[in-house]
Design a protein around this ligand. Structure first.
Ligand code: GLN
Length: 454
């Protein structure tokens, strides 16, 4: 049934880059066999999921939604996807995304934008962005094409698309999920996580995805808790911090109302609500848009026409010409913009003014959170400053697009677990998300607060 729905919805949503119906069926059959033999089914036994096309999958094209990787079929499997298959899950297909996970609307994909299944109440059929970069994941889960999907989050790419489409998604503490086999964007920020219909499903899937991996030098060597077993929406004795700097001038009235509603729900669940300050918040976005492109410019240097995917070798060309031609043809405009910014901020003469400065700001932001967490257990804020915007509305204005990440990037820079859960609709009938940020390693506290809201 899921395979049929995926095929039927493809022209309307463009959520998948390739589909793998046999793989989903294989997992279902294997689960049936295990059930018949009285064997344990696994945490994800038989569950058909979507895989963001940033995860390397053995024998299945892996593109990062870029022309430069078109036709690249890895000989290896990412650690996270392997863990999901080991837990019994099956793959419906590879999900569309912003090219190299750079974007907030899924409009930078080489394979065309994804369309959200949502529409404005009085908006006719005007298509909306599913958020990004995990827009294929958010659209597919929201449209019920799959019960859950993987996402990755460098500066909000799990949380913002989850918020735009009325689903849940958690970015765990940096290091919880192995980055091995995930196409690298900004290695000090990239984290995988689940996107699903509710908090419980996220807890189950995250447990299957997380765990130490010696192949990732920044992998956390810590046991993976049974988050599902300890789920509880009872927040008595817990303190929820409300960061005053997030209440920005001119904040969207519906977003502010949903935030107030979330505060009331957490109070009802027994939590005490306290005011906290994250004084360096306003520097987070500029710091992120220096650090992430800097790391991207280094990571993307490997796409040279020699080792992966596309090769553009003009008649009589030398090696330099091949690099240039391959990159000119293979990378999209947003990816080129990031490589240029990244190369600039790392160049001699500008390094200290931009890159070093941004790294210092990053430390201050992490310290802000540490200070706040002496007063509270979790922090509650909106996930994004607006509900979903229309396709084409923002794409010509990169700065406006970057501003949509304003509430998401601080937790990324600090490496903290952060989740978006649905929190009502705005007056146009579109979903709004609330974000819960926790202390490092306290996914449980984040999930529990999420459960109290959903
Ligand atoms: N929208 C942000 C960016 O474009 C975040 C992307 C992400 O988390 N992968 O960089």
């Amino acid at each position: 049934a899921f395979n049929a729905n995926v095929a039927a919805a493809q022209s309307a949503l463009n959520a998948f880059i390739v589909t793998t119906p046999e793989k989903a069926l294989d997992a279902a059959r294997a689960t049936d066999a295990r059930r018949a033999a009285g064997q344990p089914l696994g945490k994800m036994g038989g569950v058909p999921i979507g895989m963001k096309d940033l995860f390397a999958t053995r024998g299945v094209q892996t593109t990062a939604a870029s022309h430069i990787l078109e036709g690249f079929t890895p000989e290896y499997e990412s650690t996270v996807s392997q863990k999901l298959w080991d837990a019994g899950a099956g793959m419906l297909g590879k999900l569309n995304l912003d090219q190299f996970a750079m974007g907030s609307s899924n409009e930078t994909s080489y394979f065309g934008n994804v369309i959200s299944p949502w529409r404005r109440k009085d908006g006719g059929n005007a298509p909306l962005a599913p958020g990004g970069s995990s827009g294929g994941s958010s659209s597919a889960v929201s449209a019920r094409l799959c019960p859950a999907a993987t996402g990755t989050d460098t500066g909000g790419s799990i949380r913002q698309p989850a918020a735009f489409t009325g689903i849940s998604g958690i970015k765990p503490t940096y290091g919880r999920c192995s980055r091995w086999g995930i196409v690298a964007f900004a290695s000090s920020l990239d984290q995988a996580g689940p996107m699903a219909r509710d908090v419980r499903d996220c807890a189950i899937m995250l447990e299957a995805m997380a765990g130490f991996d010696s192949k990732d030098a920044t992998s956390l060597d810590m046991p993976v808790p049974d988050w599902e077993a300890a789920l509880s929406g009872d927040l008595r004795g817990k303190k929820v911090g409300i960061p005053r700097e997030y209440r920005m001038d001119g904040m969207d009235a519906d977003v502010a109302a949903s935030w107030d509603q979330g505060i009331a729900w957490l109070r009802d669940a027994g939590a005490d609500v306290v005011d906290v300050s994250l004084p360096h918040t306003k520097y987070a976005l500029p710091a992120y848009y220096i650090i992430a492109p800097a790391e991207a410019s280094s990571n993307l240097a490997r796409y040279d026409g020699v080792r992966y995917g596309l090769r553009d070798l003009p008649e009589g060309a030398n090696l330099q010409d091949m690099y240039a031609a391959t990159r000119a043809a293979g990378f999209g405009a947003e990816v080129k913009r990031r490589i240029l910014i990244g190369t600039y901020v790392l160049s001699a003469g500008f390094y200290d003014a931009y890159y070093t400065q941004a790294q210092k700001v990053r430390t201050l932001i992490a310290q802000d959170f540490k200070n706040a967490f002496t007063l509270c257990d979790v922090i509650l804020a909106p996930t994004a400053p607006t509900a979903a915007f229309g396709l084409g509305e923002m794409v010509s204005d990169p700065l406006a697009m970057y501003l949509n990440d304003v509430f998401a990037v601080p937790a990324s820079l600090a490496g903290l677990p952060a989740m978006s859960v649905p929190a009502g609709l705005n007056r146009e009938g579109l979903p709004l998300g609330l974000q819960i940020v926790g202390k490092a390693f306290d996914e449980q506290g984040v999930l529990n607060a999420g459960l109290a809201i959903e």
